[in-house]
Design a protein around this ligand. Structure first.
Ligand SMILES: C[S@@+](CC[C@H](N)C(=O)[O-])C[C@H]1O[C@@H](n2cnc3c(N)ncnc32)[C@H](O)[C@@H]1O
Length: 215
Protein backbone atom coordinates (compact mmCIF):
# COMPACT_ATOMS: atom_id res chain seq x y z
CA UNK A 1 0.00 0.00 0.00
CA UNK A 2 1.39 3.42 -0.95
CA UNK A 3 1.80 5.75 1.99
CA UNK A 4 1.13 9.45 1.54
CA UNK A 5 4.12 10.96 3.32
CA UNK A 6 2.51 14.37 3.81
CA UNK A 7 -0.49 12.70 5.50
CA UNK A 8 1.82 10.52 7.62
CA UNK A 9 3.75 13.58 8.81
CA UNK A 10 0.52 15.44 9.52
CA UNK A 11 -0.73 12.45 11.54
CA UNK A 12 2.56 12.14 13.44
CA UNK A 13 2.47 15.86 14.17
CA UNK A 14 -0.92 15.47 15.84
CA UNK A 15 0.20 12.37 17.68
CA UNK A 16 3.39 13.86 19.06
CA UNK A 17 1.67 17.17 19.76
CA UNK A 18 3.35 20.53 19.31
CA UNK A 19 7.02 19.61 18.82
CA UNK A 20 8.11 23.03 20.11
CA UNK A 21 6.16 22.53 23.35
CA UNK A 22 7.58 19.04 23.76
CA UNK A 23 11.18 20.24 23.31
CA UNK A 24 10.57 23.24 25.57
CA UNK A 25 9.60 20.85 28.38
CA UNK A 26 13.06 19.24 28.27
CA UNK A 27 15.90 20.83 30.23
CA UNK A 28 18.13 22.92 27.91
CA UNK A 29 17.24 20.99 24.74
CA UNK A 30 15.40 23.63 22.71
CA UNK A 31 18.36 26.04 22.75
CA UNK A 32 20.75 23.35 21.63
CA UNK A 33 18.45 22.30 18.80
CA UNK A 34 18.30 25.92 17.64
CA UNK A 35 22.09 26.25 17.63
CA UNK A 36 23.29 23.14 15.80
CA UNK A 37 22.83 20.13 18.10
CA UNK A 38 24.00 16.69 16.97
CA UNK A 39 20.87 14.53 17.07
CA UNK A 40 20.02 10.84 16.62
CA UNK A 41 16.41 9.77 16.02
CA UNK A 42 16.61 6.08 16.90
CA UNK A 43 13.91 3.69 15.63
CA UNK A 44 12.88 6.42 13.17
CA UNK A 45 10.76 4.16 10.93
CA UNK A 46 9.66 6.11 7.84
CA UNK A 47 11.34 9.23 9.20
CA UNK A 48 8.20 11.18 10.10
CA UNK A 49 9.58 12.21 13.51
CA UNK A 50 12.99 12.99 11.98
CA UNK A 51 11.46 15.28 9.37
CA UNK A 52 9.27 17.04 11.92
CA UNK A 53 12.40 17.84 13.99
CA UNK A 54 14.40 18.86 10.90
CA UNK A 55 11.67 21.28 9.81
CA UNK A 56 11.34 22.81 13.26
CA UNK A 57 15.11 23.07 13.92
CA UNK A 58 16.98 23.84 10.67
CA UNK A 59 20.35 24.16 12.45
CA UNK A 60 20.21 20.70 14.01
CA UNK A 61 22.28 17.90 12.38
CA UNK A 62 19.96 14.91 12.52
CA UNK A 63 20.45 11.25 11.62
CA UNK A 64 17.58 8.79 11.72
CA UNK A 65 18.42 5.15 12.49
CA UNK A 66 16.22 2.08 12.13
CA UNK A 67 17.06 -1.61 11.85
CA UNK A 68 14.42 -2.11 9.12
CA UNK A 69 16.05 -1.44 5.75
CA UNK A 70 12.85 -0.78 3.72
CA UNK A 71 11.79 1.84 6.29
CA UNK A 72 15.11 3.64 5.88
CA UNK A 73 14.75 3.57 2.08
CA UNK A 74 11.28 5.09 2.52
CA UNK A 75 12.61 7.73 4.94
CA UNK A 76 15.33 8.81 2.49
CA UNK A 77 12.74 9.22 -0.27
CA UNK A 78 10.43 11.19 2.04
CA UNK A 79 13.31 13.52 2.98
CA UNK A 80 14.05 14.19 -0.68
CA UNK A 81 10.39 14.85 -1.42
CA UNK A 82 10.16 17.24 1.54
CA UNK A 83 13.26 19.11 0.31
CA UNK A 84 15.16 18.06 3.44
CA UNK A 85 17.54 15.58 1.80
CA UNK A 86 20.57 17.81 2.46
CA UNK A 87 19.72 18.37 6.11
CA UNK A 88 18.97 14.86 7.40
CA UNK A 89 20.65 11.48 6.96
CA UNK A 90 19.17 8.03 7.41
CA UNK A 91 21.08 4.84 8.16
CA UNK A 92 20.17 1.22 8.81
CA UNK A 93 21.31 0.47 12.37
CA UNK A 94 20.07 -1.13 15.57
CA UNK A 95 19.34 0.86 18.70
CA UNK A 96 21.88 -1.33 20.54
CA UNK A 97 24.82 -0.31 18.33
CA UNK A 98 24.07 2.60 15.98
CA UNK A 99 27.16 4.61 14.96
CA UNK A 100 28.32 8.02 16.18
CA UNK A 101 29.11 9.55 19.55
CA UNK A 102 28.91 12.82 21.43
CA UNK A 103 25.26 13.33 20.53
CA UNK A 104 23.61 16.30 22.23
CA UNK A 105 20.20 14.76 21.93
CA UNK A 106 18.87 11.26 21.23
CA UNK A 107 15.15 10.79 20.57
CA UNK A 108 13.11 7.58 20.51
CA UNK A 109 9.54 8.14 19.37
CA UNK A 110 7.09 5.35 20.09
CA UNK A 111 9.63 2.56 19.67
CA UNK A 112 11.49 1.69 22.91
CA UNK A 113 8.73 -0.78 23.78
CA UNK A 114 9.04 -2.39 20.28
CA UNK A 115 12.66 -3.28 20.85
CA UNK A 116 13.77 -6.75 21.92
CA UNK A 117 16.54 -5.43 24.14
CA UNK A 118 15.46 -2.02 25.46
CA UNK A 119 18.05 -2.16 28.28
CA UNK A 120 20.80 -2.80 25.71
CA UNK A 121 19.44 0.14 23.72
CA UNK A 122 19.43 2.35 26.84
CA UNK A 123 23.06 1.40 27.61
CA UNK A 124 24.08 2.26 24.05
CA UNK A 125 22.21 5.60 24.07
CA UNK A 126 24.04 6.46 27.31
CA UNK A 127 27.41 5.63 25.69
CA UNK A 128 26.61 7.65 22.56
CA UNK A 129 25.56 10.84 24.40
CA UNK A 130 27.72 13.73 25.54
CA UNK A 131 28.02 13.79 29.36
CA UNK A 132 25.47 16.64 29.44
CA UNK A 133 23.31 15.25 26.64
CA UNK A 134 19.63 14.32 26.84
CA UNK A 135 17.68 11.22 25.89
CA UNK A 136 13.99 11.82 25.14
CA UNK A 137 11.72 8.79 25.29
CA UNK A 138 8.27 9.31 23.80
CA UNK A 139 5.99 6.39 24.65
CA UNK A 140 2.26 5.82 24.27
CA UNK A 141 0.46 7.30 27.29
CA UNK A 142 -0.06 4.66 29.98
CA UNK A 143 -0.58 4.50 33.71
CA UNK A 144 1.47 1.98 35.67
CA UNK A 145 -1.42 -0.32 36.63
CA UNK A 146 -3.36 -2.32 34.02
CA UNK A 147 -6.70 -1.47 35.63
CA UNK A 148 -5.92 2.25 35.25
CA UNK A 149 -5.47 1.83 31.48
CA UNK A 150 -8.87 0.31 30.74
CA UNK A 151 -10.17 3.43 29.04
CA UNK A 152 -10.91 3.70 25.27
CA UNK A 153 -7.37 4.85 24.36
CA UNK A 154 -5.66 2.26 26.59
CA UNK A 155 -7.82 -0.54 25.16
CA UNK A 156 -6.83 0.44 21.60
CA UNK A 157 -3.16 0.60 22.61
CA UNK A 158 -3.33 -2.83 24.32
CA UNK A 159 -4.90 -4.35 21.18
CA UNK A 160 -2.34 -2.82 18.82
CA UNK A 161 0.43 -3.85 21.20
CA UNK A 162 -0.70 -7.48 21.18
CA UNK A 163 -0.64 -7.66 17.38
CA UNK A 164 2.26 -5.33 16.52
CA UNK A 165 4.58 -4.23 19.33
CA UNK A 166 4.86 -7.42 21.38
CA UNK A 167 5.57 -9.69 18.36
CA UNK A 168 8.16 -7.15 17.13
CA UNK A 169 9.96 -7.35 20.46
CA UNK A 170 9.62 -11.15 20.70
CA UNK A 171 11.25 -11.51 17.27
CA UNK A 172 14.47 -9.87 18.55
CA UNK A 173 17.15 -11.06 20.96
CA UNK A 174 16.15 -10.80 24.65
CA UNK A 175 12.47 -10.33 23.70
CA UNK A 176 11.64 -8.05 26.64
CA UNK A 177 8.08 -7.40 25.37
CA UNK A 178 7.45 -4.17 27.28
CA UNK A 179 4.25 -3.62 25.30
CA UNK A 180 2.72 -0.29 24.33
CA UNK A 181 1.27 0.19 27.82
CA UNK A 182 4.52 -0.20 29.75
CA UNK A 183 4.01 2.96 31.83
CA UNK A 184 6.50 5.31 33.43
CA UNK A 185 7.67 3.05 36.30
CA UNK A 186 8.61 0.16 33.96
CA UNK A 187 10.37 2.55 31.54
CA UNK A 188 12.29 4.04 34.49
CA UNK A 189 13.60 0.54 35.35
CA UNK A 190 14.80 0.07 31.77
CA UNK A 191 16.44 3.50 31.60
CA UNK A 192 18.23 3.24 34.96
CA UNK A 193 19.34 -0.35 34.17
CA UNK A 194 21.00 1.17 31.10
CA UNK A 195 23.07 3.42 33.37
CA UNK A 196 21.15 6.71 33.39
CA UNK A 197 21.07 8.47 36.75
CA UNK A 198 18.36 11.08 36.12
CA UNK A 199 14.86 10.36 34.84
CA UNK A 200 11.62 12.32 34.93
CA UNK A 201 8.33 12.84 33.13
CA UNK A 202 8.95 16.09 31.23
CA UNK A 203 5.42 16.43 29.90
CA UNK A 204 2.54 14.44 28.47
CA UNK A 205 -0.05 14.73 25.72
CA UNK A 206 -3.39 12.87 25.62
CA UNK A 207 -1.60 10.13 23.66
CA UNK A 208 2.01 10.23 24.84
CA UNK A 209 4.34 10.28 27.80
CA UNK A 210 7.43 12.41 27.18
CA UNK A 211 10.22 11.16 29.43
CA UNK A 212 13.63 12.74 29.91
CA UNK A 213 16.79 10.85 30.86
CA UNK A 214 20.24 12.27 31.54
CA UNK A 215 23.53 10.42 32.13
C1 LIG B 1 6.01 2.21 15.96
S1 LIG B 1 7.40 2.43 14.92
C2 LIG B 1 7.85 4.12 15.27
C3 LIG B 1 8.59 4.75 14.14
C4 LIG B 1 8.92 6.25 14.31
N1 LIG B 1 9.75 6.53 15.46
C5 LIG B 1 7.66 7.06 14.38
O1 LIG B 1 7.30 7.52 15.47
O2 LIG B 1 7.02 7.24 13.34
C6 LIG B 1 8.66 1.49 15.78
C7 LIG B 1 9.98 1.45 15.03
O3 LIG B 1 11.00 0.85 15.84
C8 LIG B 1 11.88 0.14 14.98
N2 LIG B 1 12.67 -0.79 15.79
C9 LIG B 1 12.22 -1.83 16.54
N3 LIG B 1 13.25 -2.45 17.14
C10 LIG B 1 14.38 -1.79 16.79
C11 LIG B 1 15.77 -1.94 17.12
N4 LIG B 1 16.19 -2.89 17.91
N5 LIG B 1 16.65 -1.05 16.59
C12 LIG B 1 16.23 -0.06 15.76
N6 LIG B 1 14.93 0.13 15.42
C13 LIG B 1 14.02 -0.73 15.93
C14 LIG B 1 10.94 -0.51 13.98
O4 LIG B 1 11.60 -0.93 12.81
C15 LIG B 1 9.94 0.63 13.74
O5 LIG B 1 10.33 1.45 12.66
Amino acid sequence: MAINEAKLNEFMGQFVGDIGAVMHALEGVENRLKTGALVADVGCGHGASTLIMAKAYPEARITGFDYHEPSIAHARKAAEEAGLGERVAFEVARAQDYPGKDYDFVAVFDCLHDMGDPVGAAAHVRKSLKPDGTWMIVEPFANDRLEDNLNPIGRIFYSASTFICTPASRSQEVGACLGAQAGEARIREVVTSGGFTRFRRATETPFNLVLEAKP
